[in-house]
Design a protein around this ligand. Structure first.
Ligand SMILES: O=P(O)(O)OC[C@H]1O[C@H](O[C@H]2O[C@H](CO)[C@@H](O)[C@H](O)[C@H]2O)[C@H](O)[C@@H](O)[C@@H]1O
Length: 247
């Protein structure tokens, strides 16, 4: 494991001196590496242990903020403990969503299903507040790109498009991770927030945070985050560094 960049280590040292703290992390691509089958995205070694260390610190709240539905995130990650669970890009904040949203989502899924069925390897994921068109396993990359374009064109403008890594989600709410993180930070009166994310939808959270906060992009790609580490193992190492500071 390589050392943390010096500016990130210094930012974490300043962060660790404050209370109350909110440590919020995305899941896929941050705490779990990306794989073809979403249900097989298990946490990196050391994730459960470091989250348990962080949640045990007085004045520290740890939240998982995911595009997944909360039930799926809990099942897939197997993580437990004193975590705050925010799912569906922030639409699931206080618990499960209403049936009315599910009906809209099902109508959307029925429109997208025939399109997705025409591209070998593509699959549709039905989530609490959205439908996700997944193309990671599609071998023909131009067919994958064409499917995502066609899906965009098919859906109506009242829906929210959430592009991500080899995925296009179409959501029936306009929730975003930035509003969710701000809401949770206000709820606990956080003096500072640490946010880790890897994908397009995490940019909403990075943008929502301020000068006292620490934002960390995992992996490549354009970002407004202040810091970057290369991959999920480096994200875990960073959390272990923080846990040692807070101990
Ligand atoms: O906000 P996140 O926790 O990062 O969730 C974002 C999406 O993650 C999942 O899709 C991504 O990970 C899959 C498993 O590694 C991968 O196959 C896919 O290509 C990625 O886009 C999940 O399936 C989506 O529902 C989440 O919205």
């Amino acid at each position: 494991m390589s050392a943390l960049p010096g500016d990130l280590a210094a930012a974490l040292q300043a962060f660790a001196a404050r209370r109350p703290l909110l440590i919020a992390s995305d899941y896929d691509g941050v705490l779990a590496r990306l794989v073809d089958v979403p249900s097989e995205a298990v946490p990196e070694p050391g994730v459960a242990e470091v989250l348990a260390r962080l949640t045990a610190v007085p004045g520290v709240t740890v939240a998982l903020v995911s595009g997944r539905g909360v039930a799926d995130l809990q099942r897939t990650s197997g993580l437990t403990g004193e975590l705050r669970w925010i799912g569906s890009h922030g639409a699931e904040f206080d618990g499960p969503l209403t049936g009315e949203l599910a009906a809209r989502r099902d109508a959307l899924a029925a429109r997208l299903a025939p399109l997705v069925a025409g591209t070998p390897g593509a699959h549709l994921e039905i989530k609490p507040a959205s439908v996700a068109v997944h193309v990671r396993p599609v071998a023909d990359r131009s067919a994958a790109a064409a499917l995502l374009e066609d899906a965009r064109a098919l859906v109506d403008s009242s829906l929210t498009l959430k592009p991500g890594k080899d995925v296009l989600e179409v959501a029936v709410t306009d929730a975003d991770k930035g509003s969710a993180v701000r809401r949770l930070a206000a709820e606990i009166g956080a003096a500072a927030v640490l946010y880790l994310g890897d994908d397009v939808t995490d940019e909403d959270a990075f943008r929502a945070l301020g000068a006292d906060d620490v934002t960390v992009k995992i992996g490549d790609g354009v970002t407004v985050a202040d810091h970057r580490v290369p991959d999920p193992p480096a994200a875990v190492a960073m959390l272990e560094f923080l846990a040692a500071l807070l101990a």
